[in-house]
Design a binder for this molecule. Sequence first.
Ligand code: SF4
Ligand code: SF4
Length: 477
Amino acid sequence: MISSSTQHDVNKSIPNVSFRDRLATVDAQGKRKWIFAQRPKGKLYNIRTWVSIGFFILFFAVPFIRINGRPALQLNIPEAKFIILGKIFWPQDFFIFGVAMITFIVFIVLFTSAFGRLFCGWVCPQTIFMEMLFRKIEYWIEGDAAKQKLLKAAPWTSEKIRKKLAKHIVFFVMAFIIANFFLSYIIGTVELWKIITEPVSRHLGGFSSLIIFSGIFYGVYAYFREQICTVICPYGRLQSVLMDRNSMIVAYDYKRGEKRAKFRKLQNDPAAGDCIDCFQCVKVCPTGIDIRNGTQMECVGCTACIDACNKMMEAVGRPLDLIRYASENGIAEGKKLRFTGRMKFYSVVLVALATLLSALLVTRKNIDGTIVRAPGMLYQEKGKDSLSNVYILNMVNKTDQDVPVTLQLEDLNGTILTTEGEKISVNKENQGRSTFFVVLPNDEVRKRKTPIRIGVYHNNEKLTEMKTVFMGPFNNN
Ligand code: SF4
Ligand code: SF4
């Protein structure tokens, strides 16, 4: 994902362009190159640390938050039951899911084309867990990148065994904890607690899921790491088609940086740029790339290279932000990043979509359903002056209480006869099906199909209204 002009300009000063042949984490023989990322230090890293603390608090707290007695968020995929902000969503809410999916896709497209991989670098759970938890544990046990490299190359002494064992045990414990919380987002804390406290034999499925999730998280953070972002993540793969030359990216200002040279040489070379070729930006990069080669698919926008380069610029007394958030056009024209008209427009569209979705969620009905005429039935004569039709009512009760309801014709003079007495009861968090008759006097049925509206009431409160038609004879004048 390197734009041609950037490639062109950069290539003038970079003879070695082998970075284009393969991923930075794969060597010439196709083997994985392990990344020993140096610990970043700087303003952006500090802000990211605070953002990650906020994320961890949310991630570990949300399963315990209750709204109206229900979890704030539960995505029970096996049972097709979703609870968002305490509201239960069923397959009948498919319309909202459809709108949510479309909103989400449009959101992704607009957000990415305007702000690049801002999400990946700042709030993606994979990046946060990897860089702000597991990587920090690794620094704590094995030391910074240089010490990690030495430890890997060292023979299996008791110290190496102790450190490796400690790291992997802590990694697995953390993965196990994350797996527990992850599972609680699916089955809820109550079910999870049962799995933890009751005999394994009663919860074989749940217990197996817990072990499988723990294994996956451990494998991802102990071994697979940046490969998730560079090889697997579909969002990462989509970047190259979603971004253009005006997208905001972490970019090296090649106009200012080139021609690069070591600091001593640079001081005596009037043609030299600001880059002192110290490789600090490469050493801190968790995906192992050299951002000076231009925008690359592997860049997750973590900003570690910005901090690293700013530190060097400070040390050599040059202006900061040789690497910064910028657009390719901005770099080419030597301009600072602006909140452009396009970004403003996209932001307005994003806010409008989010508002639409919020409105759908807020106005969603707790009791909902459909009415269809019983298949294969026309009308029946009821005495000399009335006609009746049979209907099937499918109702879903999204609340946590049984709700007895009555049906009422909204705009016609007639009666509704249910097969279960006056009230129809729909059990809590459940669906119900019932059959009923609508009886209309002949003079209300003037056409073959008469539109009717049926209100659903609970304690005189109208919960919802459904529309259907009443079939009558062809000529009833
Ligand atoms: S190039 Fe910079 S922003 Fe991109 S992944 Fe590497 S360190 Fe992070
Ligand atoms: S950290 Fe900055 S000065 Fe050092 S190599 Fe990278 S871009 Fe050049």
